[in-house]
Design a protein around this ligand. Structure first.
Ligand SMILES: Cc1cc2nc3c(=O)[nH]c(=O)nc-3n(C[C@H](O)[C@H](O)[C@H](O)COP(=O)(O)OP(=O)(O)OC[C@H]3O[C@@H](n4cnc5c(N)ncnc54)[C@H](O)[C@@H]3O)c2cc1C
Length: 441
């Protein structure tokens, strides 16, 4: 699948639902933070909290990165991150609860649908058993000694007719088919005890950015670390000097569009270059007469010639649903090549197959995300292929005591998530503050 193209991605035309008031940059910051997504916001908040002066340079005209909430027909809808995963270890859940943010727990139950009818109780039980078996096998496989291998190789043959569905769903949430995902890296995230945020995940991050010194529309092109500190160059030639830099641009962007002088050490460059691009895109459905009732329920739709690998129904009790695109499916990939309208036609065809064309009389698809075509993300998250699992940890070590990396790609336990990115941003900022202001922790 072609992963970038010229022109603004479809989701970039939407306006953010919350626009924080940002502070001007200090004239002589101690630290530059590249990017104002979850990791950059965490880094900036941590540094400000420790009395370290910081300048955040953000390429886009908004904060939040891949967490982006817009208003659609009077509702706040996320076009990127939506789930606050791994409640017990997600710092954004902890922080949200302490701030009195409107968090709600995700329901544990969901809908089942097979072909053209609701799933029978025995089918639901068989599916649950297959997912459970697969989880246990992959967790055991990851812990077993020996060389890394594809996560798919750990799936037991005994999954029966649900095996294909299990592999598809895990491939979807991994961002690549399991054949391309490291088994050693795979089961590191705790999916249980998820939350949602009323007003959207992107809206929450925008609130957290309130008052931070962020310059928008400031894409960083080059980082010179040949001297004692760093000189960070923004498109148009503006230069900001500092003692250290925290780089939170996605690794897919680092591979393509930020130049380092001198070049990064080989092991750091190989860590960055070895990640694969994760693909995960929402088609946002507005579907008042959808057969699925109840707020925030996942619908598992199986059987038939084609089925969506993921569908979240009635987001926050509204008529909005997410239909997740399957980039392991040749027809979906083909449809996505023709842009958002191709995706819309594909989604309608699949839903008509399961629910009948009549049921779609009030279906509209107001938004289709295209993070893979967005120059500031170039994909949905970073995926570790077999053999590349040490890369996350490798990137956590500073380069020359003045370049730190942070972001979702570095998180071992919460990979690919905004919570993991936030934790990594705070970790890097603590390390930088400890280095340049010893004793302020
Ligand atoms: C469709 C979709 C659904 C998702 N669902 C979930 C979910 O439900 N739950 C979850 O936890 N995660 C989810 N994720 C993943 C989550 O969005 C990311 O893991 C997380 O937001 C990454 O945060 P980050 O700070 O590492 O990177 P980003 O959010 O990408 O932030 C990096 C920032 O750097 C900026 N930048 C890039 N290049 C430059 C440059 N050269 N100069 C200056 N600035 C630059 C970017 O504009 C961006 O603001 C989803 C992602 C997608 C795409």
């Amino acid at each position: 699948m072609r992963e970038t193209r010229a022109g603004a991605p479809a989701h970039a035309h939407f306006r953010p639902s919350i626009v924080p008031r940002l502070a001007p940059l200090p004239e002589t910051p101690d630290v530059v933070v590249v990017g104002a997504g979850a990791a950059g916001i965490a880094a900036a908040r941590t540094l400000v909290g420790r009395g370290v002066s910081v300048a955040v340079l953000e390429a886009r005209s908004r904060v939040g990165g891949r967490a982006f909430t817009t208003d659609l027909r009077g509702h706040a809808i996320d076009l990127g991150a939506h789930w606050l995963h791994a409640g017990p270890i997600n710092p954004l859940v902890r922080l949200g609860l302490s701030r009195g943010e409107p968090l709600r727990r995700a329901p544990q139950d969901g809908h089942g649908w097979v072909g053209r009818r609701p799933a029978r109780p025995e089918e639901r039980r068989a599916a649950a058993r297959a997912f459970d078996l697969a989880d246990r096998a992959m967790t055991a496989g990851a812990a077993a000694p020996g060389p890394d291998r594809p996560a798919s190789s750990a799936l037991p043959a005994s999954l029966g007719p649900w095996g294909g569905r299990v592999a598809r769903v895990h491939g979807l949430v991994s961002g690549r088919p399991l054949e391309e995902v490291s088994l050693h890296d795979f089961p590191s995230m705790e999916y249980g005890d998820n939350f949602f945020m009323a007003g959207g995940y992107g809206g929450y991050l925008a609130r957290l950015a309130h008052g931070l010194p962020v310059a928008l529309d400031s894409p960083v092109e080059a980082i010179d670390w040949s001297g004692a500190g760093v000189r960070v160059t923004v498109a148009g030639g503006r230069c900001v000097s500092a003692l250290a830099v925290i780089v939170t641009a996605p690794v897919m962007v680092l591979r393509a569009s930020i130049a380092f002088a001198p070049a990064l050490p080989t092991e750091v460059r190989s860590a960055i270059d070895g990640f694969r691009t994760g693909l995960y895109e929402h088609a946002v459905l507005h579907w008042p007469s959808s057969p699925f009732r109840g707020r925030d329920r996942l619908a598992s739709i199986a059987g038939g010639r084609q089925s969506p690998p993921g569908l979240l129904a009635r987001i926050d009790g509204t008529p909005f649903h997410y239909y997740e695109l399957d980039y392991a499916d040749a027809e979906a990939v083909d449809a996505a090549r023709s842009g958002p309208d191709g995706v819309r036609r594909h989604v309608r065809a699949v839903l008509a197959h399961h629910f009948g064309a009549g049921r779609l009389h009030d279906l509209s698809i107001p938004a289709v995300s295209e993070w893979r075509h967005d120059p500031w993300s170039r994909g949905s998250w970073a995926v570790v292929p077999p053999g590349h699992a040490p890369a996350r940890q490798r990137l956590q070590a500073p380069v020359g005591e003045r370049i730190w990396f942070a972001g979702e790609a570095l998180s071992r336990l919460q990979w690919g998530t905004a919570g993991g990115a936030y934790e990594e941003g705070a970790r890097a900022a603590d390390a930088v503050a400890g280095r340049i202001r010893p004793g302020t922790g």
